[in-house]
Design a binder for this molecule. Structure first.
Ligand code: ATP
Length: 319
């Protein structure tokens, strides 16, 4: 292994920069040449590669987003596009590739590795939707962003004795809603894994009011439906003023938390080590606070285990 390359792909996540920094500095420390690829698989196909030095990643550990930019690339979904990408890597003399991204980016990496490119994936996604790892890079920072918003909404909804519905990201995976619901003390958490019963939700709100609750906070994952529509229905049935807030893309931004910087740094180091050890088709994760790497096929085939215990905690503590 003489030269490796790194790219970020799919949705951006806070901590991607810390991961790039760890990959670049580990590679240089081990005597490898390291290339940055701009704009994910799209930039790879277009040959947007440049050599990186230690200073290329100076002053980025605290920055959200990704200095390499990110993209979604339709061409890479086709065999022809991926062959082009593999050719570009060969032309630039790249022996190993680190892909920082989510589930889709990993499926791309999996296919690229079958074309003879040694590939290691780092889980950079705010969704925490990859089963093989306890946490993904960016998830913790997003939780803190959501909590900050919830704290502010609590002030105003308590003052007005309102119901507040906060829509957070999560199409198929409700972890952002579940974790921020527990940490933010929400009365109800609505997630795609469980769905919800509208009548029961209204009953909880009305009982809360009778029990002296001064406000009612509902965290809704986007995959279950729209917050504005739900707020209208809740207000109609309960008669309590109900407001909706859609947090949207602010959930992606911001300076990464200490947890995400640590995770990204530890994972970035492991990714380069795995390539040096000759591993060819891996993804790096964290389980029980240990950094692990798994075969990419096994990792992607792992069924998602929903954390019932956390869901029960959310329900019990919200009463
Ligand atoms: P996030 O979880 O934040 O959305 P992601 O990595 O899942 O990130 P996607 O848009 O799903 O984001 O994937 C990023 C890119 O990876 C796609 O634009 C495409 O180029 C490539 N990709 C996705 N799915 C596949 C696939 N099945 N085969 C090959 N390449 C894929």
């Amino acid at each position: 292994m003489k030269t490796i390359a790194v790219l970020t792909s799919g949705g951006d996540a806070p901590g991607m920069n810390a991961a790039i920094r760890a990959v670049v500095r580990t590679a240089l420390d081990k005597g490898l040449k390291v290339m940055g690829i701009q704009r994910g698989y799209s930039g790879l196909i277009n040959g947007e590669l440049f050599e990186m030095q230690r200073h290329s990643v100076s002053d980025i550990i605290q920055r959200g987003g990704t200095i390499l930019r990110t993209a979604r690339c339709a061409e890479f979904l086709k065999e022809e596009g991926r062959k082009k990408a593999a050719d570009v890597l060969r032309v630039f003399g790249v022996d190993g590739l680190v892909v920082i991204g989510g589930n889709g980016s990993f499926m791309g990496a999996q296919k690229l590795s079958k074309l003879g490119i040694a590939t290691v994936g780092l889980p950079g996604t705010i969704d925490n939707d990859l089963s093989y790892t306890d946490y993904t890079i960016g998830f913790d920072t997003t939780l803190n962003t959501v909590l900050d918003a919830i704290n502010k909404l609590r002030d105003t909804s308590t003052s007005h004795e309102r119901v507040s519905i906060v829509e957070v990201m999560g199409r198929d995976c409700g972890d952002i809603a579940l974790y921020s619901g527990i940490a933010g003390g929400a009365e109800s958490v609505i997630i795609p894994e469980k769905g919800y019963d509208f009548d029961k939700l209204c009953k909880t709100i009305l009982e809360g009011k009778l029990n002296g609750k001064m406000h009612n906070l509902i965290i809704l994952a986007e995959g279950v439906g729209g917050a504005a529509e739900l707020a209208k229905k809740v207000e109609e049935v309960t008669g309590i003023e109900t407001r909706s807030t859609i947090l949207g893309h602010i959930q992606r931004g911001g300076s990464p938390s200490a947890f995400d910087r640590m995770l990204a740094s530890r994972m970035g180091v492991r990714a380069v080590e795995a390539l040096i050890e000759g591993k060819t088709s891996r993804v790096v994760g964290i389980r029980d606070n240990k950094i692990v790497d798994d075969d990419i096929d096994d990792a992607l085939a792992m069924p998602r285990k929903f954390n019932e215990e956390l869901y029960n905690i959310a329900n019990m503590l919200s009463k």
